[in-house]
Design a protein around this ligand. Structure first.
Ligand SMILES: [Zn+2]
Length: 74
């Protein structure tokens, strides 16, 4: 089902050893609903002005204490 396929592409945090994603992912801030495409390279966020990586999670600079959701860019 389409719904399941979408769910599988939704992540909270960058996957570790199981997958080593590189390329573009879409980050969605649950606090202010900001959406931006960022670059991931070997499970690490390429530094951007508005997003900070803490461990496997990415936080927006709006002050949200909830990690952003990540979506594979399709
Ligand atoms: Zn935000």
């Amino acid at each position: 089902m389409t719904l399941l396929a979408v769910k599988e592409n939704e992540m909270t945090g960058i996957p570790g050893s199981r997958q080593s994603p590189s390329g573009e992912v879409v980050v969605f801030c649950p606090q202010c609903k900001a959406i931006q495409t960022v670059q991931i390279s070997g499970s690490k966020l390429t530094p951007t002005r508005k997003f900070t990586q803490v461990g496997p999670y990415i936080y927006h600079d709006c002050g949200s204490n909830r990690p952003c959701r990540l979506y594979h860019n399709m």
